[in-house]
Each structure stands twice: as structure tokens, then as C-alpha cells.
Design a protein around this ligand. Structure first.
Ligand code: MF3
Ligand code: CO
Ligand code: CO
Length: 270
């Protein structure tokens, strides 16, 4: 590892990166986000999730980058694709999307050693009213969390902002999965919880890099992992949605590494 980008660790084991590191994260984040822009037109009834993953894999190769998920703990795909009641870590396969299916596509790439991790929601065909509400609340909850990112605030403030917003809309926040520090590694301290109490947890400092990736269910928050050891679903079979950005804390707020240049982050762009 490049000594200049090692930075220091806080007492909670959170790495503080320097200014040059932000540029590396922007390059990785921009690629992950561009790949999610590019697949948007192929999300249609009849397409398989394996075909979407193949396109993602080809784009990672084309860019001369590396997929962070292929080979990660034995995972074999360039994306996770989580349809309807799948909460996260859905494995791409030969099942075809049906009209009205909603899906999260999650891509993590490595560019020059830097990790870019982002996910967003798509719809195949016609979006139902209840799915649209779920997707809107999940999207806005992520941005409530992002608005809480500034030095002096804590990770508990981020979680609280997300939880309060989601529960005010009578939906539930998944507790079993969380965001994470990232940078030169995929998953680093801290665990970024999407629920919590104001003022609790580590304080945010400039140079911290992490993801915020709330999963929101229309029904109850409980999940279970299927026998493939990856696919997490809602226990009550209710619909689930997720959005994810990778962020870096600045002196007065944060920078988003994974913004969509084409403004396609939210599915209603279409
Ligand atoms: N990208 C996911 C995250 O947001 C992790 C996927 S790990 C995999 O942290 F192995 F399932 F791909
Ligand atoms: Co992540
Ligand atoms: Co991700």
C-alpha cells in the first residue's frame, strides 16, 4: 500500500484518508455509478438477471477495472441483483424479470486500488403505486442520512435520521445488514447502522470514507438468508428496497463518490 494514502486510524479503528485519496474514490465511484446508468435501458420484462450481470461484468473489464465482488468470500458475480422481497445479496441467475418487478442492482468496482460501491432501484415495466412509495421513501431516507454527514455529528445521527424518516412513513428499516467503511478495502470499520440514537457512536471526522445503504421493507424488518448462503429475503415476504452511495466526510459536510452523472439514480428519471 502507498504510505501516503495510509493515513491514520481513529480510536474506533476508522481510517482517516488524505485529500489525494478523495480523487481515487471519485474515479472508482464514477465508474460504478456509470455502469448503473448504462444498464438502465436493459431493465425490461423478459430479461434475466444473469444478462444484466454479464453486461456489468463486461463494462468492468472494458474500463480496465476489477470487480470487488467476484471472489469475495466465494461470491462469483459482478453484481448483486435483489428482486421484490429480496433484501440484498440476490444472486444473478436465469430467472426472467416480470412486469412490475422492482430490483436493486449493487455494483462494487476497484479502480487503481480504490473501491466504489453503489446500488440503486430499477423497475421492469410498470411501477405499482405501493412499490413507487417504497422506492421514494428509501431513496429519500438515504439522503436524510447523507444530510447528517458532517464533522461533529456521529454515526448514530446518521442512523437516527434514516430510521425516523422511514418509520414516519410506516415502513421498517432492516437491522441485519449495514453500511461500512471502505477505501483501499471493501469492508472496513465502522458498521454504518441505518437506525440509532442521536449523539451515539463514533464522531464523524474529515477524511472518513463509508457507505450508507439503507434497506427498507414495506412490512416487518426481519430477514432470513436462503440456503444458497447469500440471498437475504424479508421473512414476511413484503417488498424491500435499497439505495447505496459511497461518501467521504469533508470539513463542512461530505462528497458523494457515486453520483450518477446522467442523473439516473432514481428510477422515475425514465
Ligand atoms: N456491495 C455489497 C455492499 O454494499 C456487498 C456485496 S458482497 C457480495 O456492501 F459478495 F455479495 F457481492
Ligand atoms: Co456497500
Ligand atoms: Co454495495
Amino acid at each position: 500500500m502507498d504510505e501516503r494514502n495510509k493515513g491514520r486510524l481513529t480510536k474506533d479503528g476508522i481510517r482517516i484518508y488524505d485529500r489525494e485519496a478523495f480523487a481515487g474514490m471519485h474515479r472508482a465511484g464514477a465508474l460504478a455509478s456509470r455502469i448503473l446508468d448504462e444498464i438502465a435501458p436493459m431493465i425490461e420484462p423478459g430479461v434475466t438477471t444473469a444478462a444484466i450481470d454479464a453486461s456489468i461484468n463486461a463494462q468492468v473489464d472494458e474500463a480496465g477495472a476489477t470487480s470487488a465482488t467476484i471472489g469475495y468470500k466465494g461470491y462469483q458475480h459482478a453484481s448483486c441483483i435483489s428482486v421484490n422481497h429480496v433484501v440484498c445479496h440476490g444472486i444473478p441467475g436465469d430467472k426472467r424479470l416480470k412486469d412490475g418487478d422492482i430490483l436493486n442492482v449493487d455494483v462494487t468496482v476497484i479502480v487503481d486500488g480504490w473501491y466504489g460501491d453503489t446500488s440503486r432501484m430499477y423497475v421492469a415495466g410498470k411501477l405499482s403505486r405501493k412499490a413507487e412509495r417504497l422506492i421514494q421513501v428509501t431513496h429519500d431516507a438515504l439522503f436524510k442520512g447523507i444530510e447528517a454527514v458532517r464533522p461533529g455529528n456521529t454515526f448514530g445521527d446518521i442512523g437516527h435520521a434514516i430510521q425516523a424518516y422511514v418509520e414516519a412513513h410506516r415502513m421498517s428499516v432492516v437491522r441485519d445488514f449495514c453500511g461500512h467503511g471502505l477505501g483501499r478495502v471493501f469492508h472496513a470499520p465502522p458498521n454504518v447502522l441505518h437506525y440509532g440514537r442521536p449523539g451515539t457512536g463514533p464522531e464523524l471526522e474529515p477524511g472518513m470514507f463509508f457507505t450508507i445503504e439503507p434497506m427498507v421493507n414495506l412490512g416487518r424488518p426481519e430477514t432470513k438468508v436462503l440456503s444458497d448462503d447469500w440471498t437475504a429475503v424479508t421473512r414476511d415476504k413484503s417488498l424491500s428496497a435499497q439505495f447505496e452511495h459511497s461518501v467521504g466526510v469533508t470539513e463542512d459536510g461530505c462528497e458523494l463518490f457515486t453520483l450518477s452523472a446522467a442523473d439516473k439514480f432514481h428510477p422515475t428519471w425514465a
